[in-house]
Design a protein. Structure first.
Lengths: 271, 271, 271, 271
């Protein structure tokens, strides 16, 4: 997504954008930064358990006034509401879980976003390497990240690496990131278009995006991108997208506690 | 969508549901009601012009904090914001218009819902004739409704009917509705399942639903379901769904005035 | 949806369309017809088990030539293919089941189409009551159709009706259909626009449509619209849409026998 | 995405998968390969202009037999068919263009796939860096690739680079690719899981996928991912995804010549 004129006004002292930078300018030296985590913030939401109940009840009480629906969702109806939500979840009546919306701001490496955007029931706006110069922020696995893959395809398990393996991953990732970013900067400094220069950047560079989903879509995402004991279906997510999913799950659980409880109680399957 | 146990608690004095009514019970006499309008209420929304700006700016200011984004969306930035939204609309950068949500409650005849639900980028929960006994509320065209179709297929125009035509439509619609509902009630009174009895009900019976959309999807709907002079593409909606669309449009225009203005200024085409 | 042959320049000798019929013309007497079945034909398809295998194998053999993929899908690989498809189904790797397409032509009553079109992962083109005069073909339940609904909401069961009930349904449905169609014809004969006159038609009038789906979407449809013993999740479809689903299932089973077998073996859950 | 041949029971003589390679094994030396093009093959299709006509005509000739539809699509009807398709395109009757399917096999660099998969109305299966060891095939811009970006954001233009710029891009891209792949191989050779090692690979490494679309979805893609003079709306695609789009367009044009012509004649806007 482009933006034209807003940047200078926001920060008039900001460095001139790369496309204006003459080839002879002294390169802006950016120091690479390494992270091992992801950022997930809840930007906006309109998501309540009562929305599920309203939507479900329109089926059976078509002429329902909103006041009446509210009454039936409040107070003494709490237990009943939980029962209805559980029933909807169990019997896969999924549509009442769609009348809500959550917008998350996510910072994660590109290899995570690649998996993320395979989920088509969501709205995305991602930072563009065509429209802005990317910052040298790179993902490096934490020392606790499992490094060895065992088992057969389709049912891999991951075990801790040896200290030597951990050191190699750390060193090789940092070195490759720095080298790649130097090549990127060298091309930008020579006046090459951002969209060309960026092609040498590695999959562990961070990007950021807004993603908007409803609870039904989010449950599908969580079902496939978290690995838990005792779920109805097994899932084998890569750890880094699971880190995003876990943060999204925590934020969602606060917004819709009854729905969240029913999701867990019914094997973490999206209805 | 079904509901099991909630109905009695909500209104313990409500008549016993139809499925419990013994065949020998005295029929509940329901008096048919006729309407010529539709109901559209905004139930919930999280929809602001600033959401569009946030989403668009993440492209160019990836590491943007939310505070910064808010600042750039407020105050002196208002004009600038309008310009950016207009640019996004004009050049079909549609995804920033998806990070918002509006839930409408709609009452309209079934022939309108049939057209409505062809729009797949929306979430629906409709009153179910399988789960509840339907009320005898029927649509009858208002005297001002155009009744004569002229022109060639694909570009029909509609003109006022004669007084005789208007009288016939009014009379025939009322009579057919009453006859159909009598057949429906007769079957229910004989213990026939609701899902079977309802098949004789006409397309002008009212139903109700919750529908949730985002602004991009709504613009697509409005583009196809309203007929305006000077739009980029012509549309030929049936008047009754246009009545719904107009009410949705008014409610949306209040929520997102800049986006709404840009939609109009760019030929009412969904980006 | 447009009508082609009415564009005068294209075919000046075409019969005059219904909307050109002068009010004074002698009404075309159409005799109502009653049916108790549905029509489902496979119009087009490009759907093979090998498509599933190709798509799955691109994940692990990226540079795969098509010849190689074909070889690995044929002959001695048949058993292996069945195993892979079963594995994909079981572990919910759904995307390989999307690279295929089936177009069905369906004739069914409108109350069935109303349920059908709630499935948004499909492409539809339906006969339009705005563009053509509808034929008086109506659904009437067969004598074997269960008529009594027992059990509690959300888990209804349906039992045979009494002979009196069956007779009532048959008589009331036929009478209501005939009355409604007479009102429709009376309005058409008076020069009322088709889109207005049709509103009195009942939900049991037949319509027809083209619907295109892929196997993943079809499995979701079958999972929800057929009721079988021993499935992973229970479903409670109305019998009439199940009649459509069963015919679609039979046609699909012939096209993709391995996929179909895996669907059944894994609880009839869409992956 | 699974790998088939690793299930020991299925094929015990299969070569040991990469994840079984012991750390001490001599590394497989893979020589990096550089390309400046993309591969697009049509794998499967069921896509004909007549499908559009069938679907459109079901609206107006509901009870149409297939033979009748075929007849009206053939022979003397050819001109009429072209007219109808043009009319549908012009007035945005989009649904008749959905009853068809094309599956493409695409090889392109990851930065292209990142843009590609933002199109949600398509089915994708991509080579997985989690399930297989990736090959060192990298994209390097051809000497003819424009390298300088001029103009303002939202309306960039691209001009040829200087010989020095071209040389820098070529050299820097090759060097960065080789360095990154060496880091990748070093980690694999040390027994690091593929899903971890791959994170250092650059965005210009090739991947491959199957993508299935219908003509309506494809037109939307082409509308946004090709840049042509005289189109209804301007588009600013990155050249590399446009290279894919152009090949897809050529293949589609052969399958559906009337639809293709109407797309061009109406400003290359998806209906």
């Amino acid at each position: 997504m482009p933006e034209t004129d807003a940047a200078p006004a926001v920060n008039p002292s900001a460095p001139r954008p790369a496309d204006a930078r003459p080839p002879e300018a002294a390169p802006t030296v950016k120091t690479p930064e390494f992270r091992s985590d992801v950022t997930v913030e809840l930007v906006r939401s309109s998501a309540h358990d009562s929305d599920v109940l309203f939507a479900a009840r329109v089926s059976t009480m078509g002429e329902l006034t909103l006041d009446g629906a509210q009454a039936s969702a409040d107070g003494a109806q709490a237990t009943k509401g939980a029962g209805l939500i559980n029933y909807l979840m169990r019997d896969r009546h999924g549509s009442p879980f769609e009348h809500n919306s959550m917008t998350f701001y996510v910072q994660a490496p590109i290899f995570v976003f690649r998996e993320f955007m395979r989920h088509r029931m969501a709205s995305y706006n991602e930072e563009s390497g065509r429209y802005r110069e990317l910052n040298p922020v790179f993902y490096v696995p934490a020392p606790t990240r499992n490094l060895q893959q065992v088992g057969k395809p389709g049912a891999y398990d991951f075990l801790p690496g040896t200290p030597e393996q951990a050191a190699l991953v750390d060193e090789a990732t940092r070195a490759a990131s720095i080298q790649a970013f130097e090549a990127y900067q060298r091309m930008l400094d020579a006046g090459i278009a951002r969209e060309v220069a960026r092609i040498v950047l590695p999959l562990n560079i961070y990007s950021s995006m807004y993603v908007t989903v409803n609870a039904r879509s989010l449950m599908n995402f969580l079902s496939l991108r978290t690995k838990r004991e005792g779920t109805h279906f097994p899932s084998f997510p890569q750890r880094e997208i699971e880190m995003c999913a876990e943060k999204m799950e925590d934020l969602w659980a606060e917004l819709m506690p009854l729905t969240y409880a029913a999701f867990g109680a019914n094997g973490r399957v999206a209805p």
